[in-house]
Every structure is written in structure tokens, then in C-alpha cells.
Write a protein that binds this ligand. Structure first.
Ligand code: SF4
Length: 250
């Protein structure tokens, strides 16, 4: 891989962010479908009408999106909403068979039935969004990681989007992007260490800004930085070690 063109991760983040944001805005202006709507913070949660319901809906989506794409999650959320059970107490009142049927579209539905039930029980025990908001972020992360079926990425999805805590969500797209931009260690670094590195190097790392970062990376990964990248009109090619190497045939 060619030499990186950035002096540091901070330099990289500062350069990348406005370009991904501009690409996103251009996409919206052209009327193309964008992963991230204009209203930031980004997370597709549209059924709840209050903060508690929205936070719980996001937590449900974070569990259901494990190992599947969002379209499949949307169908499951639509089913839960249509059955009028997209609320913690109502989900717990369902038997496993009914709950499995409602979330079947999200795949691995028997595993996810158990995981969703565990998360929902923990959510209610903790006093829902209001109870959770009173706790510090590190304590919340430990609590989330202690729930059956909640790993680092799911925990950080919930921390960032449901509980509005300033954390980086590390997913395959994030690792791939920074690896290709010239930071090969990001492909294999332990989740916690990479999340800390990115947080440390983000200028003014507020929750809305980090929520936007994740949305921008997802959108960019789907449009350009795929497994087989589409580098031609990528807004980052000018300083992308991988993309410019491909152009030169390296
Ligand atoms: S230039 Fe290619 S490899 Fe680099 S970020 Fe863009 S799509 Fe990904």
C-alpha cells in the first residue's frame, strides 16, 4: 500500500469530515437517496413520538441490525409497530413464538428473540431512558456489555443514538475506510483502543457530531468505499493511500 498522506489521525479526520459532509449535501440536493437524512443526529427511528419511545426503538434496532442490513430491520420494526408492541413492557408480554414471528425478517430471529428480550428486561430494570441517563458513560457501557447478546458495536450504537453519549461506533465500514486512508492498524486494532484513538483525535467530539460521523461513513461506504471500491469520483481520492495507489496501478 502507498505511503499515507496524513501526518496523524487528527489530520485525517479534519480533512475527511468536510468532504464527506459536502458529498452528503450534494446527494441530498440531487434528490438521491441518502443513508443520513438532513436532520442530524442520524438514526432511522420513526415510530416513537417521545424521547423514551425513540430511545427504546433505537435500542431495538441496534439489536436487530446485528449481522443483517437495515432494510430487514425496517420490516421487523414495522411489524412490531403494526402489532402495537414497539414498547418495552409490550415486548416482554409477548411469548417467544409471537416475538420471533414479528422480527423474523431481521434474520437469526430465534437468537435475536432471546437478545431482544434480554435487552428489554435490562432496559426496564434500569428505569428506561430516564434511569439510564443518570449514569456515567463508562458505567453505561459496562452495563450494556453485560447484557446477553450486546457486543461493543451494539453497545455504542445505543450509547450514541439512544442515550446521546459521545462515543465512536466502530464497524466494518469505519475500519475499512481508515485502513485505506493510510492507517493499516485500524483494520485489526482492538475495538476499545480504536474507539479511544478516534475519540481522542476528533475535534470537539460531541454526541451530535459523532452521530453524524457514523452516518457519513456508512453513506460513503455504501456509495464508494465498498469491498470493491468505487474510487473514480470518490471525494477522498486525492489523499487516499489505497485509492490513489489503485489509480497508479500499485
Ligand atoms: S478513494 Fe477508493 S479506497 Fe479511498 S476512500 Fe475513496 S472509495 Fe475508498
Amino acid at each position: 500500500m502507498p505511503e499515507p498522506t496524513f501526518d496523524s489521525l487528527a489530520d485525517c479526520l479534519d480533512w475527511v469530515e468536510p468532504r464527506l459532509l459536502e458529498a452528503h449535501q450534494n446527494k441530498l440536493e440531487r434528490g438521491q437517496p441518502a443513508e443520513m437524512p438532513t436532520d442530524i443526529p442520524w438514526w432511522p427511528a420513526g415510530y416513537a413520538h417521545d424521547a423514551e419511545g425513540r430511545a427504546f426503538e433505537i435500542a431495538v434496532g441496534a439489536v436487530l441490525t446485528q449481522n443483517t442490513n437495515w432494510n430487514n430491520v425496517e420490516k421487523a420494526l414495522a411489524n412490531l409497530h403494526a402489532a402495537e408492541v414497539l414498547a418495552a413492557d409490550r415486548i416482554l408480554a409477548l411469548d417467544d413464538e409471537t416475538l420471533s414471528d414479528l422480527i423474523r425478517s431481521s434474520g437469526f430471529f430465534r437468537i435475536k428473540t432471546r437478545r431482544l428480550r434480554s435487552m428489554t428486561e435490562a432496559w426496564l430494570d434500569a428505569g428506561g431512558r430516564v434511569g439510564l441517563q443518570a449514569r456515567p458513560t463508562n458505567e453505561l457501557r459496562d452495563w450494556l456489555l453485560g447484557i446477553h447478546g450486546v457486543g461493543h458495536e451494539t453497545a455504542d450504537d445505543i450509547l450514541l443514538y439512544a442515550l446521546e453519549r459521545p462515543v465512536w461506533v466502530i464497524d466494518t465500514y469505519t475500519r475499512r475506510l481508515f485502513h485505506r486512508l493510510g492507517f493499516p492498524e485500524t483494520a485489526t486494532k482492538k475495538y476499545d483502543r480504536l474507539a479511544d484513538d478516534l475519540l481522542t483525535h476528533t475535534l470537539e467530539p460531541t454526541a451530535p457530531r459523532l452521530a453524524r460521523w457514523h452516518g457519513l461513513i456508512v453513506e460513503h461506504a455504501k456509495a464508494h468505499c465498498r469491498v470493491k471500491p468505487v474510487c473514480g469520483d470518490c471525494p477522498l481520492i486525492e489523499r487516499c493511500a489505497y485509492g490513489s495507489g489503485l489509480e497508479k496501478g500499485e
